[in-house]
Design a protein around this ligand. Sequence first.
Ligand SMILES: [Zn+2]
Length: 477
Amino acid sequence: MRIYNTLTKTKEELPKSEPVGIYVCGITPYDYSHVGHGRVYVLWDVFRRYFTYRGYQVKYVQNFTDIDDKIIAKAKEEGAEPQEVAERYIEDFLKVMDQLGVRKADIYPKVTDHISEVIEVVEGLLEKGHAYVVEGESGSDVYFDLESFPEYGKLSGRCLADLEAGARVEVDSRKRNPMDFALWKAAKEGEPAWDSPWGPGRPGWHIECSAMALKYLGTNFTIHGGGSDLVFPHHENEIAQSECYTGQPFAKVWVHNGFVQVRGEKMSKSLGNFFTIRDVLREFSPRALRYFLISTHYRKPLSYSEEELTMAERSLERLTTAREQLRLFLEKKPQGETSLPLASLEEALQKIKDDFTAAMDDDLNTAGALASLHELATLTNKTIAQLTTPSQEELDFLRKLEETFSSLGDEVLGLWDPVEAEEDDAQVEPLLELILELRTKARSKRDWETADFIRDRLGELGYKIEDTPEGPRWKRS
Ligand SMILES: [Zn+2]
């Protein structure tokens, strides 16, 4: 399998390593997860599923940045503790990812549980002369010394001189270089702080990912991923810290996904044009959203709109219908002679599987993989249309079609894994009205048995029926 590596700017063969160690930068939990987050983590879910399908062992680590300026600001706004804020949005994240059929990470490390690991890396960087301490009143800051790492910029292709020229960072005369970034920040009043050799404080943003990736995956692990907005400075800084600390390469392959856009602009919290997943799932099914998120190749921008989601819903519907029809046929008893040209149908099925694998092997081309599933739906529809009473051989072939839906659609793409949300009353209402109309008809014919049966069954489903002078009414019991 070949994957595009941001570091080398080429597609490379997936390095042979057991297990495939993957570190993906997780969320900073200070608000509900939006569709942009959905794209990142559904993508990595598909990567993991595909690696597993191809026989690789995978170890997947994804952090939570559970202490950060944004969390602290939100907590102040609400008069809550930062930890409360972080926990609330971590819970939302895990819930919506579950709804989208994203399998759990092997490890979800949190920064606040890894302060001693962070301190260890910062101490190591100081010892080796890659960092320096700037004394302050209440405690000291520690900065990374960019001049000490000549390879800085190798991921983003930016060089230090350009960065300095274009830098709009506030001038801090205590820093050796305006681009030097904080490894450890001295505590500010009223903010959470941990003890350290430099006084009370907390980790800078970038250092946590180095400390936790090295702890759980070691040096030179297989893949590091994240959104393309993280290439600079976050991932560039992770490389600088980690490689200076260990003297070894950090990650072999760097994978970055494109943005979700709304009318040509990046969807983000800061631009205020974001849609939370929980809101989208009020209008659309999690399956439709998952289908939409993988319908475009991950490195391209994905344009979000209700129309696009509706189209995704319809495309998925087409696949689902074909599969349902197929399942109905599989319940039939074998009968009669074989009339289908099974050899050529088998050949067509094999080609679909090969095309699917070729697409996924080419830098996880999920759009191509979905096209193959639509071919499978076409082949299924065509086959069924020619059958009335399938023979044993024909049923065997139909079973192979279903197995292909299952392995490619369920196992790899997870298309039918997302949990369908409970329908709310607005969707159920017209159906209930119809059922009550039938019950009224039965009653008018003095068919009490049917009328009572309907009332009792609705009761079991959680709808209480009351007969009033204006006609029957229902409410949730
Ligand atoms: Zn990170």
